[in-house]
Design a protein around this ligand. Structure first.
Ligand SMILES: Nc1ncnc2c1ncn2[C@@H]1O[C@H](COP(=O)(O)OP(=O)(O)O)[C@@H](O)[C@H]1O
Ligand SMILES: [Mg+2]
Length: 370
């Protein structure tokens, strides 16, 4: 049987470069495990932090060591002759390594902007090769918290009160800014959460309790993104549900995140031992069913495909459930919530990556009229 060549695309320009490497290592291991060994051949492509793509030896080394690499510019091939591209091929972001042509199916293992947001998905769509996960629309909608919330609202999914702002309102007009802060205080109150609309991993997010903190947080968030969202804070348990499939997706058991911190910030997310995952989440059966249903609705609403993790706030005191966000390429390391939720739902890590590749092929094979 000829093996299917799977292009692993990892690293990338977002702040989640290191997480992407960890996810890629776990996925590469799973593609070499059990029955997958006979089915798949891995072709790794590493995107450096500056956006340049590498094929060949360096991606293998990054996968093995788990540490990012940045080749100095002097190692760039001065010509594109055969000899200069023999070992590690490094090219400008708009030039792809020649090995790209050998890939049968892509596995874009990229979190955050320039990877989980529809950009890579657009490139792969133009290349007319199947790829794992959501297409351009689902990825783009899932990345932008303001567009995502607008669509969730339209779908009737309950969420916390929020206000969308842009950088211009925060930075360029000294008369508008105080009014804006007055309005946030009146409609959302404290504590509230200030977030750049298009990041992830809690980068640039602040929980604020006073006018002074609000002003500083808005200014800081505006330095990350043109679009900013401010949300009313809730005191709630954080529950997550994994979704797998294309047009008839399934929802997993729920997981709960617990931690000792003001909120689930970057440090708590990525420091070993700072947060615990409880699977299945110890919540009433009715809450589980409600959240699974909402997760599937959210998946369809943003036009996601393949996989997504949908995150919720559960206010135990009142029984209310609010949707927080959908992540179209959630963390996928050996200890990440997404694969663990499936493991508890009866799908092992190797089975999960196999299933995702099959879903990518299925989606690609459906004929479309253009
Ligand atoms: N409205 C809110 N009320 C309470 N906690 C929140 C709220 N919004 C965010 N948080 C906290 O901040 C964390 C990160 O926010 P989130 O919107 O999920 O950003 P990211 O996309 O970076 O994960 C959440 O997991 C939660 O702990
Ligand atoms: Mg989150």
């Amino acid at each position: 049987m000829t093996k299917l060549r799977v292009g692993l695309l990892f690293g990338g320009r977002s702040g989640e470069h290191e997480v992407s490497i960890s996810s890629a290592r776990a996925i590469a291991n799973a593609l070499s495990a059990d029955q997958n060994t006979a089915k798949y051949e891995i072709l790794p492509f590493y995107i450096q932090k500056d956006g340049r793509w590498l094929a060949g030896d360096t991606p293998q080394q990054v996968l093995k060591s788990g540490t990012p690499q940045q080749l100095p510019d002097s190692t760039l091939p001065s010509t594109h002759s055969e000899s200069s591209v023999a070992k590690t091929q490094t090219l400008s972001p708009w030039q792809s390594p020649s090995q790209v042509a050998e890939v049968d199916v892509w596995f874009p293992i990229l979190h955050g902007p320039n990877g989980e947001d529809g950009t890579i998905q657009g490139l792969l769509t133009l290349m007319q090769v199947p790829f794992v996960g959501s297409g351009v629309l689902g990825s783009a909608v899932g990345m932008d918290k303001i567009v995502m919330k607008t669509i969730f609202a339209q779908t009737g999914l309950p969420q916390v009160k929020y206000k969308a702002l842009n950088r211009g309102q925060i930075w360029s007009n000294p008369c508008v800014f105080p009014k804006l802060c007055d309005e946030i205080e009146a409609t959302l109150g404290y504590p509230c959460f200030v977030k750049p609309a298009n990041l992830g991993s809690s980068v640039g997010i602040a929980k604020v309790r006073s006018r002074q903190e609000l002003e500083a947080a808005l200014d800081n968030a505006a330095s990350y993104d043109r679009k900013i969202i401010v949300e009313a804070g809730v005191v709630a348990r954080e529950l997550e549900c994994a979704v797998l499939g294309n047009d008839s997706p399934k929802a997993s058991v729920l997981g709960e995140i617990t931690y000792n911190a003001e909120f689930y910030d970057y440090e708590t997310k990525y420091t070993e031992g700072k947060a615990d995952l409880l699977i299945p989440a110890p919540v009433p059966e009715a809450v589980t069913r409600q959240i699974q249903e909402m997760a599937l609705q959210a998946f369809a609403a943003v036009d996601a495909a393949g996989l997504a993790r949908v995150d919720f706030f559960y206010v135990e005191a009142t029984g209310e459930v609010f949707i927080n966000e959908i992540n179209t390429f959630p963390g996928f390391t050996a200890t990440s919530m997404y694969p663990l939720l499936w493991a508890h739902s009866g799908v092992s890590f190797p089975e999960l990556v196999d299933k995702l590749i099959q879903l990518a092929l299925e989606r690609h094979s459906v004929p479309t009229r253009e």
